[in-house]
Ligand binder design. Structure first.
Ligand code: SF4
Ligand code: FES
Length: 378
């Protein structure tokens, strides 16, 4: 392969050749009936008129498969908000991709779920906001969501899809984590993803209502470890811990531009879901440039590949090829510099201030949310 002019390098000056992506997140819409205050969509949401048509998605899925992508996560917003969802799913399947549908379960009827089964959905991932109607409806900002989700979960297992439960946890529901795991078991899930809120975008606006306490973070780790042993062979537990209370940061996206990519509703190709919070970064659109060219050669994807870009203390650190300096978007949000060491790392010079701020947010009295809306509002 010929080196691309924008090719990144390691600390010895050797060019770094990008690997191939395995998974792609296709955010086909930002429309959603829920209003979760930690939504990973950007604060500036794309409206329906800006969404890429199904024909373009079909081409993108073929380009992705040719590039090496094996599975596509079709998500949103709520993907069911698109009337042509079955067409989009069918085109992903026709491209040879394993299709995972990530949904709130709201707005998809049983007939429609059967249609999606015929179209080629291989796996369903259902988000849950709480373990009771009052909690789930308040957090999602959608009265009646709980009953609809429970009905949807039954259809998923009756039709025979493998089911994963997505449980986003934070200060207001973390104490009920054992019940959440038990609920996933009862619903017949094969996997539960317990993901502590990541404080970008909407979640960052809600830090004071969502930040877990240090004690909650420690207890969650204990609960997950205990449940993993008890449920071995029956249900897998994936866990994204509360990294504001951790020693080292997470290897976000498994490393920037290494195994995955996201496509926004309008066709913008992103190295991660929060990359647009980095103000100086420019992103290509798959309607204007091939996915292969964007993956291999775009400035955005090459910005944080390799190790040459790293600052100290990451440059001299024995973990630089393990966590890759942490999350770039978190560095942007917390240090004001996407090139900085992720401040959640205990070796970052900003860590002490970050921990103090996290403790302060965790002790805040408020439980009020700023809900996700097309137009920001309480
Ligand atoms: Fe990771 Fe950098 Fe911290 Fe080392 S200094 S653990 S590479 S974030
Ligand atoms: Fe963007 Fe972590 S969310 S690098």
């Amino acid at each position: 392969m010929k080196d691309h002019p924008a090719q990144p390098h390691d600390l010895d000056g050797n060019p770094v050749r990008p690997g191939l992506p395995i998974a792609m997140l296709a955010e086909i819409t930002h429309r959603c009936p829920l209003a979760c205050p930690y939504c990973s969509n950007p604060v500036e949401l794309t409206r329906a008129a800006g969404e890429m048509p199904a024909e373009d998605w079909a081409r993108v899925f073929h380009e992705a498969a040719e590039l090496g992508v094996l599975q596509v996560h079709i998500s949103g917003g709520e993907p069911g908000a698109r009337r042509d969802l079955a067409q989009i799913v069918a085109s992903a399947r026709a491209a040879g991709l394993y299709v995972n549908l990530i949904t709130s379960g709201i707005g998809i009827t049983r007939d429609r779920l059967e249609e999606l089964d015929r179209a080629g959905v291989d796996h369903v991932q259902l988000s849950l906001q709480g373990i009771r109607a009052d909690m789930a409806d308040r957090i999602s900002g959608h009265p009646g969501s709980w009953d609809k989700k429970m009905g949807f979960a039954d259809w998923v297992t009756e039709i025979g899809f493998p089911l994963t439960i997505n449980a986003v946890v934070h200060r207001q529901n973390l104490d009920r984590l054992p019940d959440m795991i038990a609920l996933a078991e009862r619903l017949g899930a094969r996997r539960i993803e317990v993901a502590t809120v990541q404080f970008h975008g909407w979640a960052d606006l809600n830090r004071k209502a969502l930040m877990p306490t240090r004690e909650q973070a420690a207890e969650a780790r204990r609960v997950v470890n205990e449940a993993r042993i008890r449920l071995r062979g029956r249900m897998v537990i994936d866990y994204v811990p509360a990294d504001h209370h951790a020693i080292h940061p997470k290897a976000c996206m498994g490393g920037w531009g290494s195994t995955g990519l996201n496509i926004a509703p309008d066709g913008t190709v992103l190295p991660c879901h929060a990359a647009q919070t980095i103000p100086w970064m420019r992103f290509d659109n798959v309607r204007e440039r091939s996915l292969r060219d964007i993956w291999l050669g775009s400035d955005a994807f090459n910005a944080f590949r390799g190790t040459e870009w790293m600052p100290e203390p990451c440059r001299g650190c024995d973990r630089k090829n393990i966590d890759f300096g942490g999350c770039r978007c978190q560095a942007m949000a917390l240090a004001g510099d996407a090139r900085a060491t992720d401040p959640v790392c205990s070796r970052s010079p900003l860590n002490a201030a970050l921990v103090a701020r996290a403790e302060e947010d965790a002790a805040a009295e408020t439980s009020d949310f700023i809900y996700r809306r097309m137009k920001k509002g309480v």
